[in-house]
Design a protein around this ligand. Structure first.
Ligand SMILES: [Zn+2]
Length: 356
């Protein structure tokens, strides 16, 4: 984010405010005013979201005299980011508000950063940790993984809106949170073997998120208010862990490399968090950690734990396992530098019953 930092220093960009709870969406306008943003605001959102939560949020702007313009995005592609960036340059808003799911927030986050504007996140789903992190994942970038953009100045997470999203998205969010179980192990490994920077605090924060979520499968599955809140807080903490680390390391290891590879090779990929969850089971096995614990939790949550449940043919799972190490070679993980052989991939996938 800042070029030319001195050696052995890094930058932490954190959200200044997080507002979380039931019925907080009507407070977006008030939050902006309190933070010193008086508009105009550019709201980047999706069509569906706009019909679900748009009125509530837009009314809150009106109430505080903030002029707004709304633009809807279709997908998280570089074209959409350029469209947002250009609109920001033309309109010159005080702030960009990302309202919606992962795609809407990612496009708003990257578009605002490229145009040099502050960004506020209003997530309406809890399917992955991008809702609060400084990272984005885009289709059509040179390499298929997340990279650092900027943190939202504030996050307004209305759990009553998030609690009405499809349960599949909530279950996927749990998959993205349990991924920290292996991501932190990979980070430690890279520290020991490659002398990579490792920060205990960020690592513990990411692990704590996965521990808390794994303790609460029943309330999350029931989509009770406390369950949804537990998951959203965990995802926000993961975002903060990445902000503190200045890298996605605490939240993204070999299980994410597997998921990114699967997205590249599978004709019909599943959701990011669903794929990461299955990746975590297999990577936990490779680490000699308790993979059964991860599998049990995902089963309790109702998230996929097998190729079949992901709706992906076993051949693509095996292909993704063998190529995962190569898509981001500088990210050292349990997959090592040469990756898994076909035999090893088949073994890990069979032992963990991901593939029959
Ligand atoms: Zn993720």
């Amino acid at each position: 984010m800042i070029p030319g930092l001195p050696h052995a220093s890094h930058y932490m960009q954190l959200p200044r405010e997080v507002l979380i709870g039931t019925d907080v969406a009507p407070l977006v306008g008030e939050t902006l005013t309190r933070l010193g943003f008086h508009g105009p605001a550019l709201v980047v959102t999706g069509e569906k979201v706009l019909s679900l939560a748009g009125d509530t949020v837009l009314d809150s702007f009106k109430k505080h005299g903030i002029n707004t313009e709304t633009m809807t995005v279709q997908s998280s592609t570089t074209e959409e980011v350029v469209r947002v960036e250009n609109r920001v340059r033309e309109m010159n808003p005080d702030i960009v508000v990302g309202l919606g799911g992962g795609k809407d927030i990612d496009v708003a986050k990257l578009g605002s950063m490229k145009a040099g504007r502050t960004f506020l996140s209003v997530p309406t789903t809890a399917s992955h940790d991008g809702i609060a992190s400084p990272l984005v994942s885009m289709k059509g970038l040179d390499r298929p993984y997340s990279y650092v953009a900027h943190s939202p100045i504030a996050i307004v997470a209305d759990t009553s809106i998030i609690g009405k999203s499809p349960y599949r998205l909530i279950a996927a969010g749990c998959g993205d949170v349990v991924a920290k179980y292996t991501a932190v192990r990979d980070w430690k490994l890279a520290h020991r073997i490659k002398n990579e920077y490792y920060g205990d605090y960020a690592a513990e924060l990411a692990l704590m998120s996965s521990r808390v979520v794994m303790k609460n499968p029943t309330s999350i599955r029931a989509m009770s208010d406390s369950g949804v809140r537990t998951l959203v807080e965990a995802l926000i903490s993961c975002g903060v862990a990445m902000s503190i680390a200045g890298t996605s390391r605490p939240c993204s290891g070999a299980e994410h490399l597997f998921s990114h590879s699967l997205t590249m090779v599978a004709p019909k990929p599943a959701l990011h968090g669903e794929q990461c969850g299955v990746g975590t089971i297999m990577c936990a096995y490779l680490h000699g950690a308790n993979w059964q614990l991860i599998k049990d939790f995902l089963q309790k949550i109702g998230a996929p734990t097998t190729a079949k449940e992901l709706g992906i043919e076993p051949q693509y799972i095996l292909k993704a396992l063998t190529m995962a190490h190569s898509i981001r070679p500088e990210r050292y993980t349990i997959l090592g530098e040469s990756g898994l052989t076909k035999d090893a991939a088949l073994r890990v996938a069979t032992i963990t019953s991901v593939v029959e």
